[in-house]
Design a protein around this ligand. Sequence first.
Ligand SMILES: Cc1cc2nc3c(=O)[nH]c(=O)nc-3n(C[C@H](O)[C@H](O)[C@H](O)COP(=O)(O)O)c2cc1C
Length: 351
Amino acid sequence: MSNLFSSGQLGRIKVNNRIIMAPMTRSRADAAGNPTPMMLDYYRQRASAGLIIAEGTYPSENGKGYCRTPGIVNQQQIDAWGEITAAVRAEGGKMVLQIMHCGRCSHADNKSTTAETVAPSAIGAEGEVFTEAGMKPFSAPRALHSDEIPQVIEEYRQATHNAYAAGFDGVELHATSGYLPAQFMSPGSNQRSDHYGGSLENRLRFVVETLQAMASVDGADRVGIRICPGFPFNDVKDPDPKETFEGLLSAIDPMQLAYLHLMRASPLDVYAMVQEFFSGPFIINGGYNRISGDKAIAERGAAAVSFATLYIANPDLVKRLHDDLPMAEPDQATLYTNTTDGYSEYTNYSG
Ligand SMILES: Cc1cc2nc3c(=O)[nH]c(=O)nc-3n(C[C@H](O)[C@H](O)[C@H](O)COP(=O)(O)O)c2cc1C
């Protein structure tokens, strides 16, 4: 019977074990969005994961929301990511890049002076975002014109192309946590009257067309999607998330994606939803440990389990889970600072 330590397959991506490093924004890129040497160390230290899903990375200057997050837009960024994927591959690891367009969850201070904050509708998100000058309210967005939407989808296609040029094994569409794809899916942030808003089919159109564009680069079996049905984070307002996400899963199931990455963070029974509406491999996430992770695979149909918080302070998580070793606790104060402290300085278990 399979467990966390069995090899497996996520679309075209073969994994040596089913322990996945979940994407985590850590704000260690430079001000121009270039991955840095400390990011190389950090990811290389975690290469024993079956698969690393690298942090949310912007596909265009408009898509950047937070300070010191990386991009996959220009050659310098592609080259810097390329060094990281090569280092991870040299250790026997695999890497997927999470493509994250923040849409309205952004602040103008965090992006280039020529970039704009765009969203499905001109409705600001309630909440604040970290900037170098402290917390500030989200910037007011401009509604995308109908004829601009294909260009935004093209940004995701180009980012996918760039990610493959940088040596990634696959890409993941970030479609949760209130970012641009979630903004299109949710009636609270999407009040468009064209064919990207209104009916359920219209609200899902942006996500479906974006996945198709990403799959057009080199097949759907290198493309995953991350969702969290019913997660209200970043001011997502959807009166019927069950209907929205059952509709989404039905729409994307025929595409035969590499995987569905499911975050559990709402009372909705995501296992039941997947069982009924999605036939491909799924990665489950949200508070798992060795016992519940094994169970998710053996009894609940998960292809793999992803771990975020545990990966912060335990670079050798696979070994610690396997040998039942104690886990180190992360320092919350250094989650998003810009030094190696609290980042690449956590060490393997040494007794
Ligand atoms: C510091 C930090 C940064 C995160 N950044 C991202 C991100 O960039 N993209 C994303 O999809 N989720 C992000 N998450 C959510 C995690 O991937 C994960 O879903 C969540 O922490 C629950 O998993 P866990 O219980 O294993 O920690 C982040 C979480 C943390 C703690």
